[in-house]
Structures are given as C-alpha cells and as structure tokens.
Design a protein around this ligand. Structure first.
Ligand code: GRF
Length: 216
C-alpha cells in the first residue's frame, strides 16, 4: 500500500511544522532559515523543548516563532507527550520534526501523527542508532560516516529513510570534528526533506520512501 504523507501544498497553505529540540538547535536554525524562502512549502509554527534554557528557545524567539518548554521531569512518557500534543493542537501542527530531541517518542505522539514525525540522526542508519552516532562510527574504524533523515516508527532511530548523506572520516578526526562535518550535511538534508514532504513529493510504499520528481 502506498501513502502520500502530506497533502499537496500551495504557497498559500504551507505545511504547519512543529520542531522538538533539546539543545543547541542548529538543525532548527536550518529549518527556520529555509522557511524564510518564498518558495518554501512549510512554515515552523512552534518550537517545543524539554530542557529549560535550551538554546533552541533563543533561536525560535529570534525568528519570531513561539517556543514552549515542556519539561519531562516528574512525568511519565505518556503524560509528557500529552502535554506536547496539547501545544501542537493549539498550533494546528501537521508535521513534527525531531531536531536534536533527546527522547524516544512513543505511541502517544505517533498515533496522533502517523507517518508525520521526522527525525535526523548523525549516522548512516541502520548502522549506529542511539547516542553518539559519530563516535560509534569512529570507534568501529569506519572510513565513512554520515547522517540520515527518516520517518519515525516507534523504534530507536528506525523508520522509512527519506535521505542520507555520507561524510568521509579523516585520519585525524575526533568525535567533535566529525560531528561538525556531519552537521553541515544535516543542515542541508533536513530542510530539503521537510520541504519534499510539505510539497507532497514523498510517497511511502511497503515501508520504503519514493520521492516524486522535484520539477513536477
Ligand atoms: C544532531 O546531530 C542530530 O543528528 C541529533 O542531535 C543533534 C542535534 O544538534 N539527533 P542540534 O541541536 O540541531 O544542533
């Protein structure tokens, strides 16, 4: 069965995106910058963080986008996600992007956004899911690392792959230097994937993504 994962957009009705983050928010920044383009098919309508003081909050407010902190401390996962869902509902969100959101999302959120949660991960999945993808690749002696943008299906860094980019590992790389070069690719890929979804160019068939022609 194939499913188009977002309705076709017109410039007058850009897809309403929420970004969930926990830290610096450099991927959020890439999304905010792209959404300023006239021909962009999405708009970031709200940013949700789970960590008070996360720099992603500052990035959102500099861009004039509402930002909300929903701390997870003291809440079970379902209760925490329900509070996030309330924020998303208040902003008529259609697509959720996990951009450095350091929590595994559960069926509470995914049931409300089936095939409409996107994640960016700093490794070439299915290799090296979980924390420290760049370090895992270095420790393994890989010659190539990279990043993956994928739809979230309830596993840890699993789900249909939207796009990947490879980054060569240099002999003097450490985790920080490799992570920096991986992030350059993340900032290029993630906004492009969100724009493809928003423009109705992404179709999922049998768990695999097919990208319709960008020129069509
Ligand atoms: C990114 O490297 C992303 O792959 C991972 O967390 C990091 C977040 O970075 N999921 P930033 O907060 O977007 O700068």
């Amino acid at each position: 069965m194939s499913t188009s994962i977002a309705r076709l957009c017109t410039p007058a009705s850009r897809l309403r995106v929420a970004v969930l983050a926990s830290g610096s928010g450099s991927n959020l920044q890439a999304l905010l910058d792209t959404s300023m383009n006239d021909d962009c098919a999405f708009v970031v309508v709200v940013v949700v963080v789970n960590v008070a003081g996360a720099f992603a909050l500052d990035r959102a407010s500099s861009a004039g986008v509402e930002a909300v902190c929903v701390p997870h401390k003291g809440l079970d996962r379902a209760a925490h996600e329900q509070q996030i869902l309330d924020v998303l509902a208040a902003h008529d969100v259609e697509l959720v992007v996990l951009a450095g959101y350091m929590r595994v999302v559960t069926s509470t959120l995914l049931a409300r956004f089936p095939r409409a949660v996107v994640n960016v991960h700093p490794a070439l999945l299915p290799a090296f899911p979980g924390l420290h993808g760049a370090k895992q690749a270095l420790d393994h002696g890989c010659r190539v690392a990279g990043c993956t943008v994928h739809l979230v299906d309830g596993g840890v860094d699993t789900g249909p792959i939207l796009a990947q980019a490879a980054v060569p590992i240099l002999c003097d790389d450490d985790e920080a230097s490799l992570q920096r070069r991986i992030q350059v690719e993340e900032h290029r890929l993630l906004p492009r994937c969100v724009d493809d979804i928003a423009a109705g160019r992404v179709v999922v068939r049998d768990g695999r993504v097919r990208l319709l022609d960008r020129s069509s």
